[in-house]
Design a protein around this ligand. Sequence first.
Ligand code: CP
Length: 318
Amino acid sequence: MTEQLRPDGSLRHLLTLEGLPRPVLERLLERAQGFVRPLGAAAAQSQALAGRTVANLFTEPSTRTRVSFELAAKRLGAQVVNLEVQLSSRVKGESMLDTIYTLEALHVDAFVIRDAEVGVPGLVAANVAPHVAVLSAGEAHLAHPTQGLLDALTIQQKKPRLSGLAVAIVGDLRHSRVARSAWHALRTLGVSDVRLVGPPALQPPDEEFPGGTRYTDLAAGLEAADVIMMLRIQKERMAEADLPEARRYFAAWGLTPERLRLARPDAIVMHPQPMNRGIEIASEVADGPQSVIRDQVRNGVAVRMAVLAEVLAAREGA
Ligand code: CP
């Protein structure tokens, strides 16, 4: 595993939240909160990364993560390259590392990588020059660290005392990198009651999420929860034969207004998106007063600004 921290404790790469010390998470969240502005106000801007270049390399689809990394970099004054991987020389057989070395020669300082294959961000991090940072924007089913941070930030904004919270993560835990990164963030930040709520076929392997309580009954998992994090069925990581039928899934596992009433009256509802309305969540809930789904999106830019500022601006004195 590539070391994510420099000897002085600052972040060099962000590949996973697993194992990152609590002070590092808290520092990133505090820094991110400093970049949050209300909708309607001007977005936070600075020239902290003027002269730096960030390259987005996404081989899986993305709306939120890609756009918010781009906005984050630009709002800090960096230049941004979005490599259209399907139009790049990768399709002519160029390896990922040769692509990286080429972009490094063009003075790219940070790579933001989303890939369906396990190990790609780590491989790149192990091979870049010492001054270059690698940020995972989603690695297979394993990690989506900036999503985990933005989820933690969103919860903290609404429920500042994290330690006493009951957080229900509901749905396709087995294939979800969002759930894994949220899990590591929440556990490191002191949340002890994290509930893994989903049908047996979508529960994660036994050795994962140690200490999490598994629920195969939705009502029991939602009972008195403070936070409900709904997950999408990750069709792209499942065989056709294993896909649950949409209507039956919603009937058994969809978050409806009636089911939401099982949670605490002030519970918040989260979803990383993209969401499938009418499959894992009812529109009345997704758009309802307890939903913080759009706060999550807004916080995504702030978190990515904080991460980019830390990995790139920290290099000044390196
Ligand atoms: N939450 C998330 O990763 O969304 P995108 O796939 O649109 O980036």
